[in-house]
Design a protein. Structure first.
Length: 340
């Protein structure tokens, strides 16, 4: 079985690729290693994947039609797991064109590649953000999702409609997965667990949006990877759409408390208003996913945050040592140059 994983250097892409490699599959990972956040974190993930037999990496941009067409011509894929996207709600407010290129044009190239190559199953990442500010909880895939409150969410909903169209027109088996607030080791620096942990360890203030009156359905990354692997292993069937979340919303203040205990340090807090594009609460209805896969995310927040905190502290000790070594070497080189 050969699987193409787009966004393989990303947070979710890395874990999904690792999960597939652990079951001895051949994985081709692609990523453009863009600088939305520190590419060194992406390269560190790829370095771990490269150690596993069966992994092949190709650096390319899904927004490039020529590169994507060449990729699908070069190698036959049994299935495609599409996780590449321009992420971030607030970033989309100031950089809308990037989202159109990566999330719309890029996804079109993925769909066209799957159609032309006769891929058996396309699995793609959507997002809980498509529910917008819906007051009906828990969120069900049967609910309306036509009132997004960010451009990022709008592109994800557009992906769902595009995928449905291709599945209908070309009989392409497609499964969409609406992920709910994914966290864990190797997480993205722009997400709350990482931003809060970094500020807490530096003694800086954390900004608490909507004065702490928020809830999130935090879902541990290993549960996400397992859910994707279960869907990938199941027989494909037309067009399907599922929520993938813990179905156990946690208040923001409770989450901060769990993170503080895991890091062994109190946070300095600054309460601020709700930010544009944010939603107050998310809560996943996962009964359909449970019936389809026999699996539901169930990692307790305290366990998941404990694993994240351990990784964060270890990774940044190594990262700081490496940077200090580079800084010292640079200073020594400048001193030699100055002396000469």
């Amino acid at each position: 079985m050969t699987t193409l994983v787009t966004g393989a250097a990303g947070f979710i892409g890395y874990h999904v690729a690792e999960r597939l490699l652990a079951q001895h599959e051949h994985v081709v990972g692609i990523d453009n290693l863009n600088p939305y956040y520190d590419p060194s974190l992406k390269r560190a993930r790829l370095k771990l994947l490269a150690r596993r037999p069966g992994f092949e990496f190709v650096e390319l941009d899904i927004a490039s039609r020529a590169e994507m067409e060449a990729l699908f011509r070069r190698e036959p894929f049994d299935r495609v797991i599409h996780l590449a996207a321009q992420a971030g709600v607030r970033y989309s407010i100031e950089n809308p064109h990037v989202y159109a290129e990566a999330n719309l044009t890029g996804f079109l190239h993925v769909l066209e590649g799957c159609r032309s190559a006769g891929v058996r199953h396309l699995i793609y990442a959507s997002s809980s953000s498509v529910y917008g500010g819906s007051a009906k909880v828990p969120f069900s895939v049967e609910d309306r999702a036509d009132r997004p409150v960010s451009l990022y969410a709008a592109t994800k909903r557009a992906n769902e409609l595009m995928a449905h169209c291709y599945s209908h027109l070309f009989e392409l088996p497609v499964t969409g997965l609406r992920f709910f607030t994914v966290y864990g080791p190797w997480g993205r620096p722009d997400m709350a667990p990482y931003r809060f942990a970094r500020a807490i360890m530096r003694g800086e203030r954390i900004e608490i949006y909507n004065y702490g009156r928020m809830q999130r359905d935090f879902t541990y990354i290993d549960d996400i990877a397992e859910g994707v692997a279960r869907i990938a292993a199941a027989p494909p069937a037309g067009y399907r759409l599922f929520n993938v979340g813990s179905s156990s919303p946690v208040g923001l203040m409770e989450f901060i408390g769990v993170l503080e205990r895991a890091l062994g340090k109190r946070a300095r807090r600054r309460f601020v208003p709700l930010q544009p594009g944010d939603v107050i609460s998310t809560h996943a209805d996962v009964e359909d996913f449970w019936r389809a896969t026999g699996f539901r995310p169930a990692t307790p927040l305290s366990t998941g945050i404990g694993c994240f905190a351990n990784w964060f502290q270890d990774y940044y000790q190594d990262y700081d040592r490496e940077k200090n070594h580079e800084y010292g070497a640079d200073r020594r080189a400048r001193a030699v140059l100055h002396a000469s």
